[in-house]
Design a protein around this ligand. Structure first.
Ligand code: ADP
Ligand code: MG
Length: 729
């Protein structure tokens, strides 16, 4: 059958036809299409109903659900109810009590305003409303279908408020019903939704129950404390990791808002982020804000980078456009970027402070023989039996002082590696234990040396440039290495290679010993990498004497790096396996992988340039080598969008000078594969500059004073001056 239909259409397609006639859709069809948009799944119906109950000033909202909401959703509240006179038009489209003129939308405070939700439900389900208003002796019950009452409202017994029953959702949309039936049960989505509502509307009691079940799955009792509400809904384990956060701004030229909330600290470890966001008391999503917070976590607490966030933002209603999404889920804000940047910076400082506070908490604990008594720690921290610490050191460093306890060390977080035969090699074990001993003796030196390097960055920071990098916006690339940035009325060019090199260096020091890993798909033998790098440097590749030398250097360097493997892994996330293969490198900025063409040069630099005896120099040089490796150099292939395009034209020796025409056609042919590889590499780099480098620079970069004079940042124009010039013209 299908085959026949297919042939028919094909046959028709070749016959020229009149354009198809345009019909006006029947209103019921239009309504059903619109309804499908507003009510996408059972959870969207619950959201609309609960919002209506909240708009009706209810203090108790009870939800009953059957079959994930497909069979029944019943929401009962104790709000102000619906007038008898309004019942006739209640479920028609665009009937609402919350808005009358378009201008009202600018200052809307209620959650609903379109008058579409109830109407939509009646087009895709059977809706029954029972309601009573204040001062009435009895209530009314009435059922609706396709926007209209099925019968006159019937008197019924009622106490207070409204109960809305939605039965057989999507009964007339077979495809939707089938996909929903096959997909995971919506009950957990509904539960998640009510949890979110309940921690914001702490003065309202919420309950959720499966139809026929005796107990409720969720039951919240009004409380005045937000933290108590979160504790009772999300559990103690979440609540005890939370830090209070608030900020505000009242400067009409930049932003006007108030924000308060709770964010999790380093003890909250989850697979995905939970972000409960209310803007002007509406439960909404704001992808840009969520992403911005994720970036801060990934940078400051890499191991707890999927936080729990509750945040409530209040803005003047006229600054929020609530009407950008059919279900009012996404909103857009005036001055969104400024607000996000402000929130980002308080989150960052809270997280940094909390890290220090935890250190303090651990430090004041007296060591005890059992190692446990009196120690207030979360299980995610190691409880080191020999944990006697007397001086203030950052907490993440402390857990490493006991070499027997791997908690807190990078490889603890990576997949278990199979033990190779070499692992038991006595000489290797000896080397390792001597490395370990050496490090343990110098434990404090280790920490001070890193601290010193970080302090040097801070002391050397140029305050004027700091202001520029914090508050600039990216305009675009001026050429292969210079980016255009705007700050206030000034335009700057910034050398992205220098900039990224230094930023990576600073981040390596800040993330020291706390790296996530990038796994190489093919572990690369160190010896081959070093050999490759040496050959590239070799000026006279024809000379055989050099070959011997190269082999010697390669061998020595490989051996050296194998010996230093443990240090490289533990502190820098550079993993060299027992066979001398490089298999993992660290994540320095999230979402960024360095250009692998530069691995050989990097490995050679580790082997040749590092002074392994002087701790501080050693860390500094390794960090700088990583900085250079991860810097956003122009890709090796020339940029095809400029003069570099020449490079991709197929070249052929000119056989005879008269053969010009032939030669031209050959020149026009391109090395397509190479060209597309180059295009991808350049596009990827520009993406990384815009979306990784510049945002991270704004957050973390401390520009050294030298960058003000060495051409890394150059002010090229100031708008005021330009205006003056133009005025004269
Ligand atoms: P909107 O919320 O956008 O106004 P709805 O279709 O959700 O549109 O609701 C239509 C109207 O029905 C609301 O404006 C409100 O007056 C009334 N209403 C709906 N649910 C309730 C309820 N639980 N309690 C009181 N009034 C309600
Ligand atoms: Mg509504």
């Amino acid at each position: 059958m299908e085959f026949e239909t297919h042939c028919d259409t094909e046959a028709e397609a070749v016959v020229p036809k009149e354009p198809p006639k345009i019909y006006r859709l029947e209103e019921s069809v239009v309504n059903r299409i619109a309804a499908g948009e507003v009510i996408q799944r059972p959870v969207s119906a619950v959201k609309e109903l609960v919002e209506n109950s909240l708009d009706a000033h209810s203090s108790s909202i009870n939800v009953v659900v059957k079959d994930g909401g497909l069979k029944l959703i019943q929401v009962s509240d104790d709000g102000h109810g619906i007038r008898y006179d309004d019942l006739a038009i209640l479920c028609e489209r665009h009937t609402t009590s919350k808005l009358s003129t378009f201008e009202d939308l600018q200052s809307i405070k209620s959650m609903g305003f379109r008058g579409e939700a109830l109407a939509s439900m009646t087009y895709v389900a059977h809706v029954t409303v029972s309601t009573i208003t204040k001062g009435q002796l009895h209530g009314y019950r009435v059922s609706y279908r396709d926007g209209v009452m099925e019968h006159e409202p019937k008197p019924c017994a009622a106490v207070k408020g409204t109960q809305i029953m939605v039965e057989n959702l999507f009964y007339n949309m077979t495809a939707r019903r089938k996909t929903l039936q096959n997909s995971a049960n919506d009950f957990s989505n509904i539960e998640d939704l009510l949890k979110r509502f309940s921690i914001h509307h702490t003065n309202v009691n919420f309950s959720l129950r499966k139809h026929g079940a005796s107990g409720a799955d969720l039951h919240t009792v009004g409380t005045s404390s937000r933290l108590d509400a979160i504790r009772s809904v999300y559990g103690v384990s979440v609540a005890r990791t939370l830090i209070k956060i608030e900020t505000s701004d009242n400067n009409p030229s930049s932003s006007v808002f108030k924000m308060n909330g709770f964010i999790s600290d380093s003890n909250y470890v989850a697979k995905k982020i939970t972000m409960v966001l209310f803007i002007n008391d509406r439960l909404v999503e704001c992808t840009a804000l969520k992403r911005a917070i994720e970036i801060v976590y990934a940078a400051t607490l890499p191991k707890a980078s999927k936080p729990f966030i509750y945040m409530s933002i209040i803005l003047p209603p006229e600054h929020v456009d609530v009407n950008v999404h059919p279900t009012k889920r996404e909103v857009s804000l005036l001055n969104q970027e400024v607000i996000i940047a402000k929130i980002q910076s308080v989150v960052e400082s809270k997280l940094r402070n909390s890290n220090e506070a935890q250190t303090f908490q651990e430090q004041v604990v007296e060591p005890s023989p059992s190692g446990n008594i009196g120690i207030i720690k979360d299980s995610s921290f190691s409880s080191s039996p020999s944990g006697s610490k007397s001086q203030k050191v950052p907490v993440h460093k402390m857990v490493r002082t006991d070499s027997l306890d791997p908690a807190g060390r990078l490889h603890h977080y990576l997949q278990a590696k199979p033990r190779g035969p070499l692992e038991n090699n006595p000489s290797l074990t000896a080397v390792r234990s001597s490395v370990r001993q050496r490090r343990n003796q110098k434990e404090t030196a280790d920490l001070t040396s890193i601290q010193e390097l970080i302090n040097e960055i801070d002391c050397n920071c140029h305050s004027g440039l700091l202001d520029v990098v914090r508050h600039c916006s990216y305009i675009g690339m001026a050429d292969d290495v210079l980016a255009l940035l705007q700050h206030d009325t000034h335009l700057y060019v910034a050398n992205v290679v220098n900039l990224s090199k230094e930023l990576m260096y600073q981040q390596v020091l800040r993330r020291f010993a706390h790296f996530n890993a990038i796994q190489l798909s093919d572990p690369a033998p160190l010896s081959e990498l070093i050999m490759l790098a040496l050959k590239e440097e070799d000026l006279d590749p024809e000379c055989n004497e050099n070959d011997d030398l190269i082999e010697k250097i390669t061998e020595m360097n490989t051996e050296l790096l194998k010996q230093k493997a443990e240090l490289l892994e533990e502190y820098f996330g550079i993993h060299v396996d027992v066979h001398g293969n490089l298999s993992r490198i660290p994540v320095i900025l999230d979402q960024y992988t360095p250009d692998m063409d530069r691995v050989p040069e990097f490995v050679l630099c580790l082997g040749n340039d590092v002074d392994w005896e002087d701790e501080k120099r050693c860390f500094q040089v390794i960090s700088a080598a990583l900085g250079n490796f991860y810097a956003m150099h122009p890709p090796m292939l020339p940029n095809p969008s400029g003069d570099g395009l020449q490079y991709y034209k197929k070249r052929k020796p000119i056989r005879n000078p008269e053969d010009i025409e032939d030669d031209v056609t050959i020149e026009d042919e391109m090395e397509h594969e190479l060209l597309s590889e180059a295009e991808t590499a350049w596009a990827q780099r520009e993406w990384s500059i815009q979306h990784v480098l510049i945002p991270s620079m704004r957050l973390f970069f401390k520009p050294p004073a030298s960058m003000a004079t060495n051409g890394t940042f150059v002010q090229v124009a100031s708008l005021e001056k330009l205006y003056k010039i133009f005025e004269r013209c």
